[in-house]
Design a protein around this ligand. Sequence first.
Ligand code: NZQ
Ligand code: ZN
Length: 388
Amino acid sequence: MLGNFTYSNPTKLYFGENALDNLASELNNYGKSILLVYGGGSIKKNGIYDKVIKILHSCGKEVFEDGGVMPNPTSEKLYEGCERARKGKVDLILAVGGGSVCDYAKAVSVSTYCDDDPWDKYYLRMEEVDNKIIPVGCVLTMVGTGSEMNGGSVITNHSQKLKIGHVFGDNVFPKFSILNPVFTYTLPKYQMVAGFFDIMSHILEQYFSGDDDNTSDYLMEGLLKSLIHSSKIAVENPKDYEARSNIMWIATWALNTLVAKGKTTDWMVHMIGQSVGAYTDATHGMTLAAVSIPYYKFIMPYGLQKFKRYAINVWDVAPDGKTDEQIADEGLARMEQYMKQLGLVMSIKELGVTEDMLDGIADGSFIMDGGYKVLNHDDIVEILKESM
Ligand code: NZQ
Ligand code: ZN
């Protein structure tokens, strides 16, 4: 049975090879002052920066730049961005980059006019926004997070060794997002496949939970099958437009709030992965890849029927003559094999985790209660040991 819910997604999407042509008309909806937010320089190398600047100038905008947003953006950087946005009295924050840039833009959007410390208010105390919000627009260059069409904003505080995501309401979602699959062609393979697994993980976090006869589960099985199919093609040929465009669209649907509606969700892989990220600053998708198989093996006995369904419907495991456990195991074995084929990092040791960090990583993993088993500290340490 579906629970009660409200569904609203105000982000306007422009998708395809000519999507950037729509930027000028969107910019006309906002005032003169624009904060252009971007990362460590990829957009300058691949020409996207020049294209965007040209459009901004042709629209007569005054541009304040805020570059250097790092993967896993930090609270220190957030304070800096707020200062810039305040000085420029900006009317729109234009994020040109991946999830980190887009998440950061949302954080600046809600924090610039916040009287409190934004890290404490939004990330530690998880309070709602009660001050002016600066609108955000996005030109996406990296596929995976779904940040282009959701309210998620993940910030890392290195001194507190915490990486925390706040899921803001739809008043913080990007007002528009421009999705051109070709803009993602220059991603290094490591980032590309990390993004692919981030998508898979988002779907699985919502799939392995709330097991009524739920339309969302059928939608997710379709998204997973399409992702597995297209990602195998993209790994062989990163410039296959059909595969890359399908994956870009799957990423958006995986986390634009639709498939979670009316059901409970888990998110424990993300909680552990984010804590690994807080300790190592590793690439988000790789932190998820390294802990997923040990986590799913750990919880499988508590959600056996769903793991069986997953094996049959997603990984085409033939059920005949096998026990439920054998079917479920075979599903996870096929998933593991696929992950290796993509070239994902399968061990947290490889991401820089050492034995002495395990207790701290477990402490920094927020415990969620929507999955098949509510973990305790020792369970997480055990999963982390298996992930080494
Ligand atoms: O910084 P630049 O130079 O741009 O390089 C980036 C960065 O090094 C590079 N890159 C991006 N587009 C490129 C490119 N390089 C060449 N060509 C391009 N077209 O890729 C690297 C990674 O970028 P980043 O934005 O960090 O990756 P991603 O999109 O995976 O974002 C990760 C962040 O999003 C958070 C993660 O925790 C992490 O902090 N998440 C946000 C979510 C949300 N908003 O809902 C949910 C996710 O689960 C996730 O937690
Ligand atoms: Zn993720």
